[in-house]
Design a protein around this ligand. Sequence first.
Ligand SMILES: CC(C)(COP(=O)(O)OP(=O)(O)OC[C@H]1O[C@@H](n2cnc3c(N)ncnc32)[C@H](O)[C@@H]1OP(=O)(O)O)[C@@H](O)C(=O)NCCC(=O)NCCS
Length: 162
Amino acid sequence: MTNVIRRAEERDVAALQHLQAATPGMPEWTPVHWLGLLSGDAIVVIAEADGEVAGYAVASLLRIPGEVVAELEAIVVASSHRRNGLGNGLLRYLLTEAQAAGAIRLMLEVRTGNGAAQALYRGLGFQEEGLRRRYYRDPVEDAMLMSLQFPQETVAEEKGPE
Ligand SMILES: CC(C)(COP(=O)(O)OP(=O)(O)OC[C@H]1O[C@@H](n2cnc3c(N)ncnc32)[C@H](O)[C@@H]1OP(=O)(O)O)[C@@H](O)C(=O)NCCC(=O)NCCS
């Protein structure tokens, strides 16, 4: 099986919608919302398995004065393609793109009962930062906050003439 991870494009919107509809609990974004993500300040990444869209991950970029922070909005792998490294590949690709866009860290929320996603995040170095009580609905559940700080480039101090 050939897996490819790449940035999503407008032609992928129907497949993205199909996958979100097949995954319980995913945000139900309209085609207009997807197109807005693709043309705006978000990073949308797709995993293809043998040419079929098998997963996606989305991060938004929050531009706070003086810094850029990335926030994971969604990550999904089709149930028939799980435990095959696609989730890991999507997140790694997203981390590289977020860092290239100037982000200093990637933040996320995850259901406290979602052990699979938490294991994926921990494996990539995400640290637990706290809980948001009763954050989710259907069913009501706490959110665990996690984040991964990107290594900062050390800027060499400029030296004047000796
Ligand atoms: C979470 C999700 C994206 C993982 O995708 P995936 O392609 O199966 O993940 P990978 O195969 O890359 O797994 C990477 C690591 O994550 C961990 N992991 C993934 N699924 C796991 C599971 N069911 N149980 C325990 N650990 C799991 C493992 O450490 C795994 O490494 P390993 O296979 O070498 O043991 C997928 O299960 C999914 O789409 N779930 C439904 C949507 C969801 O919950 N999204 C997260 C919302 S915050």
